[in-house]
Design a protein around this ligand. Structure first.
Ligand SMILES: [Zn+2]
Length: 125
């Protein structure tokens, strides 16, 4: 089972484990460069996202949702937005995470784990 890296879609906080976080009052506009490991994980996720779009979108699944710990709301992401965010991450840019959603149909979105499980299930046939 592939592990999922939601962090890869978020602006990175280099002081996440630092109690004296100097950035806590700032919007983080700076991000740490990805490690090779993180880069590989994001690249892998990107492959999965494109596969999801190809396989799941025709089945009515338009993207994923997850509960955002920052604003305590569900965020909905189309496959295209996911791919765009991941490419931005790979290029060292901060992806736009909290963009307003356009009244998504909650029934058309699934958790990322579910989407990956769906893909695995189809491949196993
Ligand atoms: Zn949020």
């Amino acid at each position: 089972m592939t592990s999922v890296n939601y962090e890869s879609m978020m602006p990175r906080d280099p002081f996440a484990d630092d109690p004296n976080d100097p950035a806590s009052f700032l919007d983080d506009e700076h991000i740490e460069p990805l490690s090779d490991e993180e880069r590989a994980a994001v690249a892998q996720d990107l492959i999965h996202v494109r596969e999801c779009k190809r396989v799941l979108e025709p089945r009515g699944i338009l993207g994923i949702y997850f509960l955002c710990e920052d604003c305590d709301q569900l965020h909905f992401y189309d496959w295209d937005i996911m791919a765009t965010n991941m490419i931005a991450t790979l290029e060292g840019n901060v992806p736009p995470v909290h963009e307003p959603s356009v009244e998504p149909d909650p029934n058309a979105y699934v958790p990322w784990d579910y989407a990956l499980g769906y893909l695995d299930g189809l491949e196993a046939r």
